[in-house]
Write a protein that binds this ligand. Structure first.
Ligand SMILES: N[C@@H](CCC(=O)N[C@@H](CS)C(=O)NCC(=O)O)C(=O)O
Length: 241
């Protein structure tokens, strides 16, 4: 049996969830409570971050490594191109996006949403332990300060991340306006990564969290910068998720 350790809201975890579902691999999920996950993950994987996949005795840490592992062990619905040149390009893009897209989306979204605990706490506690909501309400102020500290979330870093995002999203919009896929003629981990890491801005249903019905004004303003530039994310979710 495979077990995915995860946070529902995490877009890096969404990469792993999507890969498991796309390859139709039977698995179970262990949903952790942010903050309380640290001890458990360090004991299991030696580091605190998720996603982590346990497959038999193997512990696979990180979304890209999980996709590598799944393609190696389950040779169907491949996400890694077979052609060497395309494989290299897909991996290069994924590495770029994991560094220059995922953290930036997370930083700006948290910069805004940490000011709205009533909206954020349900994301943190969904599918987790029964006592999660109660505990999270109590520990939220400390967790918020810790998150701002650890991820260096502030007005300046949010402005810088936003600037970087606008540029990457423009490049992606131009690319997908003329191409069905990021690389070659097939859906690959490159498309999955691009769409999953931008999904918190697009909020597709298949991401698996209950998106808020009313979105704060600041969040709406952030999202509206990308109007008409992320339709391809919905297309990829509709066709491949
Ligand atoms: N590059 C890693 C990034 C993973 C990551 O940043 N995970 C975040 C959630 S989005 C996390 O677990 N943060 C809490 C921690 O590091 O303890 C991957 O692709 O898996």
């Amino acid at each position: 049996m495979l077990t995915l350790y995860q946070f529902p809201i995490s877009h890096f975890c969404e990469k792993a969830r999507w890969a498991l579902d796309y390859k139709d691999i039977e698995h179970q999920k262990v949903t952790l409570l942010p903050g309380l996950h640290v001890g458990k993950m360090k004991k299991l994987a030696g580091r605190s971050s998720v996603p982590v996949l346990k497959h038999g005795d193997s512990i696979i840490h990180g979304s890209s490594e999980i996709i590598d592992h799944l393609d190696l062990k389950f040779d169907w619905n491949r996400l890694t191109p077979i052609d060497e040149d395309q494989k290299r390009k897909a991996r290069e893009w994924e590495e770029f996006a994991d560094k220059n897209l995922g953290p930036q989306v997370r930083l700006v979204v948290y910069h805004i949403m940490l000011d709205y605990p009533d909206l954020l706490i349900p994301f943190f506690t969904q599918d987790g332990p029964w006592y999660g909501a109660f505990l999270m309400k109590k520990m939220f102020p400390k967790l918020r300060d810790k998150m701002r500290n650890l991820m260096k979330i502030n007005e300046q870093t949010a402005a810088k991340s936003n600037e970087q995002l606008v540029k990457v999203v423009d490049d992606l919009a131009n690319h997908y306006a003329n191409h069905e896929f990021m690389i070659g003629n097939e859906f690959s981990r490159a498309d999955l990564t691009a769409a999953a890491l931008l999904a918190p801005i697009v909020m597709p249903d298949k991401y698996g969290v209950a998106w808020p019905v009313e979105i704060p004004q600041r969040m709406q303003e952030f999202i509206s910068q990308f109007d008409g530039k992320l339709d391809w994310v919905n297309r990829l979710y509709d066709s491949y998720r």
